[in-house]
Design a binder for this molecule. Structure first.
Ligand code: NAI
Ligand code: 13P
Length: 340
């Protein structure tokens, strides 16, 4: 296959490395200078330091217009930007792929979260909702599941979920990435897979905070379990299937992100517990932490649907500066008892 990966951050680079052994892969950086340095130095020093890029991986870059000529030879487009870049790339591909004679080429994204609300909207959208608005004719899907980029790049065993309503998109993802160290499971519940990926980031902020405040293992287990309950309730209200939340993109990614110190969302919680402001915590990461931008939308969409999400509400209050870390814990613990 000829695969184009748009976005040369940690995750795009790791997956491009993983696929480069079996396929022809082009890693596209939006900055032509960054691309030239990747191509020359054979390492992504800014986003994935210490991991050599295989000789077969082509690094290229520039604006969207510069990418257009390559689309005629592309069998799969992987958008590896943060949520903030997804809408514009989908919009562009909706016109550029048909223009290149590739209208049916699958387009998938890797980002996990709700987009920040557009100017005219109160809440943000999940990836498949954005695609339905701006690129309804494209064949789309998402690759999700528990996967730290550094571990995938190192060839450590990892299992992911290829989610799409379109069987051809699921099959393209399996063909592109399934291999000796990566297992790709197919799922047609794209709503559940995307809700899991978005909400686990919010829960990882909460768990990082809990661990940073040294509240103990009991509290962490409680947060993960009640976080899974919140994620599932929101997902069901949005039309997902319950069993998806017991799978890799739900429980699997929640456990990984809430407990693994490689998680940037967990790091935000740990840094807030140390007394950093949100701006300081976000600046110190050097990578995107999607939970910071999704939390308010998760809370607002849940409220609109009548879904209780107290952990999410506490994270929002913390991010907004309305509660200090220990006040957020006291508020969560002080709520009236309810049935499990
Ligand atoms: N790093 C990881 O282990 C994993 C990350 N993800 C998700 O993948 C997405 C990307 O994450 P990372 O690669 O880790 O982020 P990162 O912060 O390492 O890199 C983001 C990259 O996207 C580029 N970018 C930003 N806006 C762009 C645009 N409009 N067009 C082209 N490039 C653009 C940046 O220049 C940067 O190279 C996030 O939504 C994250 O939640 C999912 C699974 C694993
Ligand atoms: O999604 C991830 C692992 O599956 C990465 O999580 P962070 O964005 O918190 O680093």
């Amino acid at each position: 296959m000829h695969i184009t990966v748009i976005g040369a951050g940690a995750w795009g680079t790791a997956l491009a490395i993983a696929a480069a052994g079996a396929h022809t892969v082009r890693l596209w950086a939006r900055d032509a200078q960054q691309a030239a340095s990747l191509q020359a130095q054979r390492v992504n020093a800014r986003y994935l330091p210490g991991v050599p890029l295989p000789a077969a991986l082509v690094c290229d870059g520039g604006d969207a217009a510069a990418l257009a000529p390559t689309l005629a030879h592309t069998d799969l487009v992987v958008i590896a930007t943060p949520m903030a870049g997804l809408r514009a790339w989908l919009q562009w591909l909706a016109a550029a792929l048909p223009a290149a004679g590739r209208a049916t080429t699958p387009v998938v994204w890797l980002c996990k979260g709700f987009e920040r609300p557009q100017e005219d909207a109160a809440v943000g959208l999940l990836g498949h909702e954005i695609a339905a608005h701006v690129a309804p004719a494209l064949r789309v899907g998402v690759l999700s599941g528990p996967s730290f980029a550094q571990e995938v790049a190192a060839g450590l065993p990892t299992a992911l979920v290829a989610a799409s309503l379109d069987a051809a998109v699921r099959e393209a993802l399996v063909a592109a990435f399934h291999g000796p160290t990566l297992r790709i499971y197919a799922n047609d519940d794209i709503v559940g897979v995307e809700v899991g990926g978005a909400v686990k980031n919010v829960m990882a902020i909460a768990t990082g905070l809990c661990d940073g405040l040294r509240l103990g293992h009991n509290a962490r287990a409680a947060l993960i379990t009640r976080g899974l309950a919140e994620m599932t309730r929101l997902g069901l209200a949005l039309g997902a299937r319950a069993d998806t939340f017991m799978g890799l993109s739900g429980l699997g990614d929640l456990v990984l992100t809430a407990t693994g110190d490689l998680s940037r969302n967990r790091q935000v919680g740990l840094l807030l517990a140390q007394g950093m402001t949100l701006a300081q915590a976000v600046d110190s990461l050097g990578h995107v932490a999607e939970g910071v931008y999704s939390a308010r939308t998760v809370a607002r969409r849940a409220a609109t649907l009548g879904v209780r999400m107290p952990i999410t509400d506490a994270v929002v209050a913390l991010l907004d500066g309305a509660l200090q870390p220990r006040e957020a814990v006291a508020w969560l613990m002080g709520r009236d008892p309810v049935a499990e």
